[in-house]
Write a protein that binds this ligand. Structure first.
Ligand code: APR
Length: 258
């Protein structure tokens, strides 16, 4: 996709000292991970995700919620980082400080090689006890209780995915780190997010107020589009590699921060 990138954008990126990539489900769409608001497929088609991703849903139907996340874990396990994730990881070669702040729970940024990733909404691959909150690796899961959900080997509580559900607060350390990064960024790439969910969607506002240059990468307009200094209307898996190529040249090019 021949993308003409305006000079101010190329210059901003080339001189960036702290670049923040703020990503949402659209970042992983080309990896085959359905975006959160895509129609649910298969046996989950009849459920609205907001009915499944909540403490209330887990209390009422623990096995349904557990099985839904098992299905999503399997989907993600088969997914690979796409060229968009890989381009984001390559940014670390040329920009002194790159921070990825993601709303995604699939771990694909880390798989692509990004070293500083702040997971605002947790990680699907991590399981915790709903009661004592300790992380329990699969090999330590206790046998399922009467609800059909594995139990915590330490306290007997129900296990659950270590993701933030609707109505739950964000992990404080992640949130504080994300706010600091947004306030220090001189450029923020806002990739693949509808900007509908708070408080995550307030990070681009904070970056803007602190003087950052904002760029959106999304095939469609989002709630954050009015904030942008520049919008790149295309899929992340095509736009991001083209942008990195346009700003820093080929991959074999000079990289100061290997
Ligand atoms: N490249 C870039 N953006 C894309 C692509 C793509 N290939 N495909 C879709 N998009 C965009 C859509 O246009 C949309 O704006 O990705 C966005 C996906 O929006 P949502 O599904 O709302 O995902 P997200 O913004 O991450 O949701 C935020 O809300 O649903 C909860 O906790 C969940 O982390 C999620 C949060």
């Amino acid at each position: 996709m021949p993308h003409l990138f305006p000079l101010p954008l190329v210059e901003r990126l080339r001189t960036a000292r702290h670049l923040v990539v703020f990503s949402g489900a659209g970042m992983s769409a080309e990896s085959g991970v359905p975006t959160f608001r895509d129609a649910q497929t298969g046996l989950w088609a009849r459920y609205d995700p907001t009915e499944l991703a909540s403490p209330e849903a887990f209390r009422r139907h623990p096995k349904r919620v557990w099985d839904w996340y098992a299905w999503r874990r399997e989907l993600v396990r088969r997914a690979r980082p796409n060229p968009g994730h890989e381009a984001v990881a390559r940014l670390e070669r040329w920009v002194p400080q790159v921070t990825v702040v993601t709303q995604n729970v699939d771990g694909l940024h880390q798989q692509a090689g990004s070293r500083r990733v702040i997971e605002l909404h947790g990680n699907l691959h991590r399981t915790v006890c709903a009661q004592c909150r300790r992380v329990v690796p699969p090999e330590a899961w206790g046998p399922p209780g009467p609800e059909g959900v594995p139990r915590c080997p330490a306290c007997g509580g129900l296990l659950r995915p270590d993701v933030v559900w609707f109505g739950e607060g964000l992990p404080q350390d992640a949130w504080q780190a994300a706010v600091r990064a947004a306030q220090r960024a001189d450029v923020m790439l806002v990739v693949g997010t509808s900007g509908l969910v708070q408080p995550a969607a307030s990070l681009p506002v904070m970056a803007k107020e602190a003087g950052a240059y904002l760029v959106e990468v999304n095939p469609r307009p989002s709630a954050l589009s009015p904030l942008m200094d520049h919008t790149l209307r295309g899929p992340a898996g095509q736009v991001l590699p083209a942008l990195v190529q346009a700003v820093w040249g080929t991959d074999q090019g000079f990289s100061k921060y290997e």
